[in-house]
Design a protein around this ligand. Structure first.
Ligand code: C2O
Ligand code: CU
Ligand code: CU
Length: 411
């Protein structure tokens, strides 16, 4: 069975985690106290995962960004009861990329993620061999999340819950405050995941370090993009290469101007990087839309096409193998509205236009989550290759919970 890879993923209660001042907080984690392991999904292989729920409440195991049939996808219909287990079988057939997994049970998603349930999925492929790929050495993940703490140092979900999602004053990277990393090579590959419930991040670097984006949510960019600021909304990911060759001593990675990861730079190994070239996708920006989705509202008054989620209702019927253009419009309300990160399960799509203009170079890669600002119309092109009932929703987790979610059934 050389073509099958096996894993076990257990959702568990963490016993203790020290975030602040040596005080303990209750947490959730996969195979550990907080967050989860990185699961490698080799392209072309079958991955079998035994999922086990050791929490006292229902959960699901959702593979965000994975192109798989709906019954393996871990959406709200695939609940795993406390103490139960379920096996999923995933045929990996998509571009090398940084995906993630998190729970998706009705009404409990936001809080379970907030308490620590999130893990990494790396789709890997030999074509990536020219890029830094030694995990934890020259290829590191940063799951970035904002959190609030009670005076006792406990993760604080309820007390300060804002109707537009829980936001926090403390930024964690991989579950830690003020992460430090010793850089050993001139070029570091950083996989950034916005794993926050509701907050957008603008990432910038200090000093002489330079950042080049090489991948979007679902795969490599056609060509690398030098960047000063990288913006990710909840659920989005990007891969960047950071060049430290001109850095004297330390460099900082900041989110919204606040340092959350410090890089200590010593003697550096020379990097020999080959960025794989991918095909150029030319597409017209004036495709007519097959479907229109209107995102509306804020707080607990959110909707898609005027409706809130109903697990019994299919909103869109689609055919497997068909390519559709969806126009997603964010209709502002009297308060002006807000950006909604729009996500679809079971597919990777292409952004074809924003308000009729071609997308920025940064969006010319595979996406599964796309930011739609108030008053904007974003067209995306999707090919459905797997069958079943898939969710699409706003990835502000509290908006999703408040009903900003619909279902597309692919037959
Ligand atoms: Cu990241 Cu419906 O999920
Ligand atoms: Cu998802
Ligand atoms: Cu939203």
């Amino acid at each position: 069975t050389g073509d099958t890879v096996y894993y076990t993923v257990e959702a568990t209660k963490g016993t203790s985690q020290f975030f602040k001042d040596g005080k303990k907080s209750e947490t959730f984690g996969y195979n550990g106290d907080l967050l989860g392991p990185m699961i490698e999904l080799p392209k072309g292989k079958t991955v079998v995962i035994d999922t086990i729920n050791r929490l006292d409440e229902p959960t699901t195991f959702h593979w965000h960004g994975l192109v798989i049939p709906a019954d393996m996808d871990g959406g709200p219909h695939q609940t795993v009861a406390p103490g139960e287990q379920a096996q999923v079988r995933l045929d990996i057939d998509q571009e090398p990329s940084t995906l993630w997994f998190h729970p998706h049970p009705m009404g409990l998603t936001a809080e379970q993620v907030y308490k620590g349930l999130a893990g990494l999925l790396y789709v890997t492929d030999d074509a990536q061999n020219g890029l830094p790929n030694e995990y934890g050495v020259d290829d590191i993940p940063l799951i970035v999340q904002d959190r609030l703490f009670t005076p006792n140092g406990e993760l604080d979900y309820d007390a300060h819950m804002n109707v537009d999602g829980t936001t926090g004053d403390t930024i964690l990277a991989n579950g830690a405050i003020n992460t430090t990393f010793d850089v050993q090579t001139e070029t570091l590959r950083v996989r950034l995941v916005n794993g926050s419930n509701a907050r957008d991040f603008d990432f910038t670097l200090s000093n002489e370090a330079e950042m080049t984006q090489i991948a979007t949510d679902g795969g490599p960019l056609e060509r690398p993009i030098p960047l000063e600021t990288l913006t990710l909304t909840p659920g989005e990911r990007a891969e960047v290469l950071i060049d430290f060759s001109q850095v004297e001593d330390v460099a900082a990675l900041k989110a919204d101007g606040v340092t959350f990861t410090t890089f200590r730079v010593g003697e550096l190994d020379k990097a020999s990087i080959k960025i794989p070239v991918t095909e150029t996708m030319e597409r017209s920006t004036d495709e007519t839309a097959d479907r229109r989705l209107t995102l509306f509202g804020m707080g607990n008054m959110v909707s898609i096409n005027g409706k809130t989620y109903d697990p019994e209702r299919i909103d869109i019927e689609a055919k497997r193998g068909d390519t559709e253009v969806w126009e997603i419009e964010n209709k502002p309300d009297m308060m002006g509205g807000m950006t909604h990160p729009f996500h679809i399960h079971g597919v990777q799509f292409r952004v074809i236009s924003r308000d009729g203009n071609p997308p920025s170079d940064q969006e010319k890669g595979w996406k599964d989550t796309v930011a739609v600002a108030p008053d904007e119309r974003v067209k995306i092109e999707i090919t459905f290759t797997k069958t079943g009932t898939f969710m699409y929703h706003c990835h502000i987790l509290e908006h999703e919970e408040n009903g900003m979610m619909g279902q597309v059934n692919v037959t």
